[in-house]
Design a binder for this molecule. Structure first.
Ligand code: HEC
Ligand SMILES: [Cu+2]
Length: 332
């Protein structure tokens, strides 16, 4: 075989190294909350112990392989049977390693399971196939898919599900938490820097599991208050005779009201609350940007965009679709 053929596998190297590039929007190695930092510290602690064990074991292995390899003319080595000291040693060593892993792990589990601080902002997170509902009970606000939290203040997420098991996972801000039917789980964390963090459902939950994404906007206190104030009350009212008003009529006529709430217009609870849908940056759990084209595409054929979507494809006159899109965009 020519030498270059023998090293063909090297052509795969760039592919492997490409994985070291970036950016990594969903890396758990860039912690931006107290919770995420404690997980990161635990991971790094255990990682370096594992490196130490690896180096020790592999060096010993290599040493023995080389030192006792077969040599021409060498006598057959004498087999050993039963060595009490050795056996006690190799039982104790792994037990000790497990202690080194277990103690910090337990400490982290208890630290991250503390009850929420008295001033924590309580938010209910409810999983649906395949989108996220967020409720801010103190403010009386319901929204979807894009969670907003203030920086530097403890947040208490009360996590439950309307249907099957899901898992809430925003790696930059904290660990995964399963959404279990009939049970409330919680995550409490304090976000440490302003920015948008992405995440997703981390427990297979059906056809569009991979399309069940989420975003967390960590905002300054004033930006958060402004957002909260904007989410309250009625959606913007459509002017008489406007295309938005035609859209609102279509919203009733096509039965969108059966599944969606727009405060003051409808009270459906099957799909996301749309009272302020125009203020979101994405729709359909992060699958599409919140633009006129994307809204039209979504309303035109939801299961075509998102397999299995629990929103039906409704045959619709093009003028109605345009009016609906204008109406939804006006709901800021
Ligand atoms: C049978 C119930 C049902 C009906 C009827 C329905 N929807 Fe939906 N809608 C849903 C569900 C469920 C979702 C969430 C889908 C997902 O993301 O997986 C949704 C999502 C949406 C979204 C995206 C919201 C967001 O925040 O991501 C918009 C916009 C929307 N629907 C508009 C409409 C309009 C307009 C109509 C009427 C033409 C309508 N829907 C009719 C159930 C319904
Ligand atoms: Cu899922």
């Amino acid at each position: 075989m020519p030498p270059y053929r023998r090293h063909r596998w090297l052509t795969l190297l760039p592919l492997v190294l490409a994985a070291c590039g970036g950016p990594f929007p969903q890396s758990a190695l860039h912690p931006e909350s107290d919770y995420a930092r404690s997980l990161d510290a635990l991971f790094h602690g255990i990682f370096w112990w594992a490196v130490l064990v690896f180096v020790l074991v592999e060096s010993l292995l290599l040493f023995i392989l080389l030192r006792y390899r077969q040599r021409a003319g060498a006598a057959t080595p004498k087999p050993t049977h039963g060595h009490t000291v050795l056996e006690i040693a190799w039982t104790l060593a792994p037990a000790l390693i497990l202690v080194f892993i277990a103690v910090p792990t337990m400490r982290t589990i208890f630290a991250t399971q503390q009850p929420p601080a008295f001033n924590a902002l309580r938010i209910e997170v409810i999983g649906h196939q395949w989108w996220w509902e967020y409720r801010y009970p103190a403010a009386g606000i319901v929204t979807a898919n894009e969670l907003h939290v203030p920086v530097g203040r403890p947040v208490d997420l009360e996590i439950s599900t309307a249907d099957v098991i899901h898992s809430f996972w925003a790696p930059g801000l904290g660990g995964k938490r399963d959404l279990i039917p009939g049970h409330v789980n919680r995550i409490t964390f304090t976000a440490e820097s302003i920015g948008t963090f992405t995440g997703q459902c981390a427990e297979f939950c059906g056809e569009s599991h991979a399309n069940m994404r989420l975003r967390v906007a960590v905002e300054s206190d004033s930006a958060f208050r402004a957002w909260l104030a904007g989410q309250g009350g009625l959606g913007r009212l459509a002017a008489k005779g406007s295309v938005e008003e035609k859209g609102r009529d279509a919203f009733r006529r096509y039965g969108c009201i059966a599944c969606h709430t727009v405060t003051g217009v409808s009270a459906g609870v099957i799909g996301p609350n749309l009272t302020h849908v125009g203020s979101r940056t994405t729709i359909a759990a992060g699958v599409l940007p919140n633009t006129a084209e994307a809204l039209a595409r979504w309303i035109g054929d939801p299961p075509g965009v998102k397999p299995g979507a629990r929103m039906p494809k409704l045959p619709m006159a093009p003028a109605d679709l345009t009016a609906l899109v204008a109406y939804l965009q006006s709901l800021k």
